[in-house]
Design a protein around this ligand. Structure first.
Ligand code: TIU
Length: 222
C-alpha cells in the first residue's frame, strides 16, 4: 500500500496492520430525542456525515481490512456509570432515564444502537464502552493485538470528545492514528476545526488527518 496523502505529511500505511474504527455512530447522538439533543445540541450536523462514513466502511470491507465499531453505553443496572458522569451538566434526559428511544445510552436500547445504514456486518468487532475513550474498561486493546493491528483510521463522533479521546489513548499505546476529515463531526463546527488542527500539529503529535477520497485511494491497493 502506498502512503496515504494526509496532513501534516503522508501516512505510512501498512496494509496488514491497518483497521478502520468507527466511533459511536449511534442514534442517541444523531437523532431527536437522544442523548446528544438532551445536552442542548443541534444533532442534525451528525447525520450529514453518514454517507462519508459509509463510503469508508464499504472501502475497508471491499479491501478485506478489519472494521471495529464502538458504542458509548452502560449496563442496565448503571454499575459502570460513575455518578460524576451521570450528574454532569444539566441535560433534560440523563443516562439511564427513559426517553423516546428507550433508556438513554443503555446497552440494548433502540437509541443506543448504531445508525442502520452503518450497522456492523458479520465478522466486525463491536466494542461497548462506558467512557469517552474506547480503550478504557473494554477489550479493544486485546482485540487489536490479536489481529496484529498497529494503525487505526478513525471516523465517527464527536470529533473532540470520543474520537479525540480514543485517538489519544491509541497514540499513547503506540498506534499510528489517521482521522478521516469528512467522516467525523462535532456539535460545534469550531471545535472540529480546532481538534483536527491540534491532532496533526507538532509533526502529528496525536495523529494524521486525511480526506476520505485519499484514504479510499490508498486502501484500494491493499
Ligand atoms: N461519543 C461521544 O462523543 N460522546 C459524547 O458525549 N459527545 C459529546 O460531544 N457530547
Amino acid at each position: 500500500m502506498a502512503a496515504i496523502e494526509a496532513q501534516p505529511f503522508p501516512f505510512p500505511a501498512r496494509p496488514n496492520e491497518l483497521a478502520l474504527i468507527v466511533i459511536d455512530m449511534q442514534r442517541d447522538f444523531a437523532e431527536a430525542g437522544g442523548f446528544g439533543e438532551s445536552l442542548g445540541n443541534d444533532v442534525s450536523r451528525i447525520g450529514k456525515i453518514v454517507p462519508d462514513v459509509k463510503r469508508l466502511l464499504e472501502g475497508f470491507r471491499a479491501a478485506s481490512l478489519p472494521v471495529i465499531h464502538t458504542m458509548e453505553c452502560h449496563r442496565p443496572d448503571l454499575s459502570d456509570l460513575p455518578p460524576a458522569k451521570r450528574d454532569r451538566g444539566n441535560p433534560t434526559l440523563r443516562i439511564g432515564d427513559q426517553g423516546p428511544m428507550g433508556r438513554v445510552l443503555i446497552a440494548g436500547e433502540a437509541g443506543t444502537s448504531i445508525i442502520a445504514e452503518l450497522a456492523p456486518v458479520d465478522g466486525e468487532i463491536v466494542i461497548e464502552k462506558p467512557g469517552k475513550g474506547a480503550f478504557y474498561a473494554t477489550g479493544l486493546g486485546q482485540a487489536l493485538a490479536e489481529k496484529g493491528i498497529t494503525q487505526l483510521v478513525f471516523a465517527g463522533v464527536t470529533t473532540e470528545v470520543c474520537v479525540q479521546s480514543t485517538m489519544r489513548e491509541a497514540n499513547d499505546r503506540g498506534f499510528e492514528c489517521l482521522l478521516a476529515e469528512e467522516a467525523t463531526e462535532s456539535y460545534f463546527p469550531e471545535f472540529k476545526v480546532a481538534a483536527l488542527s491540534m491532532i496533526r500539529a507538532q509533526g502529528a503529535i496525536v495523529g494524521w488527518t486525511a480526506h476520505v477520497d485519499d484514504i479510499l485511494k490508498g486502501i484500494s491497493h491493499a
